[in-house]
Ligand binder design. Structure first.
Ligand SMILES: Cc1ncc(COP(=O)(O)O)c(C=O)c1O
Length: 488
C-alpha cells in the first residue's frame, strides 16, 4: 500500500517523515509486519534526498518502531501494540445530516444476518446446494476471455448473449414474450424497480403496493419521492377496487404474493389489467420465485395476458441462483426501454460483465435448468413437510394459507392477541428458531401470523424446528389459560 505523507516543508524534512510514520504506527494505520516503502522510492515520491528518508528510518529503527530485514526492506515491528486502525484524522462532529426521510428507513438487517440453527426466514435459497464447481468454471472461463478485459464499458442494456438466453428462458418457462431488445439486465429486482420508477414517475406521483407486501420495494418508491399507498390483499390477490384514484403505477407479486403466499386469481388479474387500461396506469409484475411451482396449473403471468402494453415484468436470479450475485432483469414495453436503459446507465452503468457472460453460458449449457429442476424437488419436499406439519400439529394455533409456489408458506395465528404471538416468536428465538411475524410486512393494523421460509433449512432441521416452535405455542397457551382463570 502506498502510505500518504504530507510534507509541509520549511522545517526538518526528515523529522516530519519520522513523526508521520511514528504517528501512523502508533495509531494503527501502519500495522505490525507491514512493509515501509523502500527509502529510494519514498525519496523520489516526496522529492527529497534519499539521505533525508534514511535518517527518518534510522530514528524509527533506533526506537524500535521498525525492524530492518537484510535484502527484504524495513517493516513495522511485530512487538508494537496498536489500537484498532483508525482511518483519517479526528474531526469535529460533522454538521451534515441526511434528508429527514432517511431517519424512518428500516435497516433490513434480517436479510444479511447469519443463519440461525433452525432458520425459517423467507427469501433465502439453499446456498449449500448451489453448483459451485460448475459456476466457478463458468466464471473462470469468462475471466480468461479477452472481452472482459478490453478496457471499455459494457452495454447498459446488459450482455447481449445473456439477454437472449433469459428471453428464451422466460418465454419457455413463464410464457412471457420477451426479446433481447426489450430486456435489460439489472442488479436484481431492487434495481429493476428503481430504474423503472425513475423512468416512469415524477416526484409526488402515486404508487400502489400490496399490504402486506415487500418492504424494500415500498421504501425504495418512497425514497424516490412517490406517494405510496398500501392496498389490501384478499384471497384472490390485490383488492383492485381499493386502488386509490390517480395511481400511476401498481407494484404486485401475482404468482406468489409476498408474504401471504397466495396466487392472484385469473379473474383478479383480468380486473387489474382492465383497471390499468381505464386509468392509464402501469403495472410492475414481480415474479421473484415463480420458477418453483409444486403442482397445479400455473396461471398466465400478467405480462402474458396483457394486450395493452401496460405490464413491466421483473425477474430475479436471487432465488434460482444466489442473492449475492445481484442478477435480475426487467422486460419493458418498447416505449419505455430507452428511458429505462438510460436510467440504468446513470445509476451504475451496468452489472459486472464477466458475471453476466458466465450466467449466459450457465443458461445456454443447461446447467441453470438442471439446477432449477434439482432445487424444485428439494424445495417441494420441504414445502410438503412444512404444510403437513402445520395442518397436523398446529391446527389449534395456525391457519395455513394455501400456496404451491416459491420458497415460503404463511399462516394466520389463532391466538387471542398479537402480544401472545410476539412472545411465541421471542421464545422460539431463544431456542434458536428464527421465524418472521406477518405483522412486519403490514403497514397499519396487521393480522397476526407467521411466515415459514424453507429455502435455507434442510428437512431434519425443519422437523426439529417445528417441534420447538410447537412447544412455544403450547407454553403460550398454558400461560394464557392460567391468566384467564386468574381473572375469572
Ligand atoms: C417480493 C420479492 N421480490 C424480489 C425479491 C428479490 O430481490 P432481489 O432480486 O433484489 O434480490 C425478493 C426477495 O426476497 C422478494 O421477496
Amino acid at each position: 500500500m502506498e502510505f500518504h505523507i504530507s510534507l509541509v516543508g520549511g522545517g526538518r524534512l526528515s523529522g516530519e517523515i519520522y513523526e508521520q510514520l511514528r504517528g501512523a504506527i502508533r495509531d494503527g494505520r501502519l500495522r505490525p509486519g507491514e512493509r515501509l516503502p523502500p527509502s529510494r522510492q519514498l525519496a523520489r515520491r516526496l522529492s527529497v534526498s534519499r539521505t533525508t528518508v534514511t535518517y527518518a528510518y534510522e530514528r524509527l529503527l533506533g526506537e524500535g518502531y521498525v525492524v530492518a530485514r537484510v535484502g527484504a526492506g524495513t517493516f513495522v515491528s511485530e512487538h508494537i501494540s496498536t489500537p484498532p486502525a483508525r482511518t483519517g484524522r479526528r474531526r469535529a462532529e460533522s454538521p451534515l445530516r441526511p434528508r429527514g426521510f432517511w431517519g424512518s428507513v428500516p435497516e433490513f438487517s434480517s436479510a444479511f444476518a447469519r443463519l440461525a440453527q433452525f432458520d425459517f426466514r423467507s427469501g433465502i435459497p439453499d446456498g449449500s446446494l448451489f453448483p459451485q464447481r460448475a459456476w466457478r468454471r463458468a466464471v473462470a472461463e469468462q475471466l480468461r476471455s479477452s472481452s472482459a478485459a478490453d478496457g471499455v464499458y459494457g452495454d447498459p442494456a446488459g450482455h447481449p448473449g445473456l439477454r437472449e438466453a433469459i428471453a428464451r428462458h422466460v418465454g419457455a418457462s413463464r410464457g412471457v414474450t420477451a426479446s433481447a431488445d426489450n430486456l435489460t439486465i439489472t442488479n436484481g429486482t431492487q434495481q429493476a424497480l428503481d430504474i423503472v420508477a425513475r423512468a416512469l414517475l415524477a416526484p409526488g406521483d402515486r404508487i400502489a403496493v400490496e399490504n402486506p407486501g415487500y418492504k424494500p420495494a415500498r421504501v425504495l418508491f418512497e425514497s424516490l419521492g412517490a406517494r405510496v399507498a398500501g392496498v389490501a390483499v384478499d384471497a384472490a390477490g390485490l383488492a383492485v377496487d381499493a386502488i386509490p384514484r390517480q395511481t400511476r403505477l401498481v407494484y404486485v407479486t401475482p404468482s406468489h404474493q409476498y408474504p401471504l403466499g397466495l396466487s392472484m386469481s385469473l379473474r383478479r388479474r383480468v380486473e387489474l389489467l382492465d383497471w390499468a387500461e381505464r386509468h392509464l396506469a402501469a403495472i410492475v409484475e414481480d415474479d421473484y420465485d415463480g420458477e418453483f411451482r409444486f403442482g397445479g396449473r400455473p396461471l398466465d403471468a400478467l405480462h402474458t395476458i396483457d394486450t395493452g402494453g401496460r405490464v413491466i415484468y421483473v425477474g430475479s436470479f436471487s432465488k434460482t441462483m444466489l442473492p449475492s450475485l445481484r442478477l435480475g432483469f426487467v422486460v419493458t414495453p418498447p416505449s419505455l426501454t430507452k428511458a429505462v436503459r438510460a436510467a440504468r446507465c446513470l445509476t451504475d452503468w451496468h452489472t459486472t460483465l464477466p458475471l453476466q457472460a458466465a450466467m449466459a453460458e450457465f443458461i445456454k449449457s443447461g446447467e441453470f435448468a438442471r439446477h432449477i429442476r434439482k432445487m424444485r424437488a428439494v424445495y417441494q419436499a420441504r414445502h410438503e413437510l412444512i404444510t403437513e406439519t402445520l395442518t397436523r400439529d398446529f391446527a389449534d394455533h395456525l391457519e395455513t394459507i394455501p400456496s404451491i409456489v416459491g420458497l415460503h408458506v404463511s399462516a394466520f395465528a389463532r391466538l387471542r392477541t398479537s402480544e401472545e404471538l410476539h412472545a411465541v416468536v421471542r421464545q422460539a428465538s431463544a431456542m434458536n428458531v428464527a421465524v418472521q411475524e406477518l405483522a412486519t410486512f403490514f403497514e397499519g393494523p396487521a393480522r397476526p401470523g407467521l411466515v415459514f421460509g424453507y429455502g435455507a433449512i434442510p428437512i431434519p432441521q425443519i422437523a426439529e424446528g417445528m417441534r420447538r416452535l410447537r412447544s412455544c405455542f403450547e407454553g403460550a397457551r398454558a400461560s394464557g389459560d392460567r391468566r384467564t382463570r386468574a381473572v375469572s
